[in-house]
Design a protein around this ligand. Sequence first.
Ligand code: SAM
Ligand code: SF4
Ligand code: SF4
Length: 372
Amino acid sequence: MAERVIPLIDQRLAALGATLPALPIAANGLLADSLGRPLRDLRISVTDRCNFRCSYCMPKEVFDKDHQYLPHASLLSFEEITRLARQFLAHGVRKIRLTGGEPLLRKNLEILVEQLAALRTMDGTPPELTLTTNGSLLARKAQALKAAGLQRVTVSLDGLDDAIFRRMNDVDFPVADVLEGIAAARAAGLGPIKVNMVVKRGTNDDQILPMARHFRGSGVVLRFIEYMDVGATNGWRMDEVMPSAEVRARIATELPLLQLDPSAPGETAERWGYADGSGEIGLISSVTQAFCGDCNRARLSTEGRLYLCLFAGNGYDLRALLRGGAGDAELASAVGHIWQGRGDRYSQLRGTLAAGPGGAPKRRVEMSYIGG
Ligand code: SAM
Ligand code: SF4
Ligand code: SF4
């Protein structure tokens, strides 16, 4: 029996674009990669489209009217996403984040949310279900998302100054509408809300203090993200990165801060609380302080490729397996093998390796394709 099944598995795994051992791996939550890191966090990109053109992510000159987005048939269907997510949960994933592109552009997203919310982790509890959005459609969709089972949202907002923000999103989108989206999310109970601000030196670093002042005491956790060299189109330069230490120092000149304990292993943000107890901020130092050591995140692209690192050059084609008729055990086994072989730690190696296994790949995937 085994002899007749294994070649079939081999053939399907070949479609992944990788040679994987045929010996099946059962999903028992004990999976670890080659550096001993478990699999806990799954980020699912539900669309490669976006209505913004943030220069650090989808610069207008590259993502112009001639840019070819994925055709609808290439996208994983909600059923396919849910089926794959079930295998990841069986391997120990506890948190699912929907992202993109702009996830709220995917039609009927609340149906997917409902399907994912009905899944269970290894412990029999519902997965933590969150979404990262630019906030532009949030005011309209917050209630329906909450009703479908979404627990929290993270909203990206790079400044409070309307002119600066309009320039950064490069589609002239106003700050007020994003703030309205945040208010709607709060009213719908999608909290605690996080707000992500990518800091680009010379572009929006003068927004650090106004943002801190605005969100302090509001219950919203403002997180400052170092501008990353992700993808191959944003023209990244180190001198435009403002290290988190500098962001913190700038805030502390006016609002004293105390370091807080991390909330969970593998957490990307360093937590700092306002000394007067009026809330906390997060610092995501993806460039100056690598956090690969406990990185437990996997990323599923819009068309069903599994990426093991934000800076990976290639993904594993799980859609080919799915559409080739693989059963759940085969899918889970493939995920297991792929994760076991993972050795990615790009941020740790940044600057020391030009290319090669675990180092900077020659061709990097875009953030808008696999999500943040
Ligand atoms: N469109 C949604 C949004 O903007 O929230 C979700 C997808 S977006 C790719 C996810 C996150 O990645 C956002 O918070 C965005 O600011 C961040 N991001 C994109 N490009 C980045 C870069 N080069 N460096 C740091 N963060 C980046
Ligand atoms: Fe769109 Fe988000 Fe990328 Fe900005 S960061 S271009 S909103 S996907
Ligand atoms: Fe994880 Fe890759 Fe980022 Fe390191 S560089 S923290 S391995 S996603």
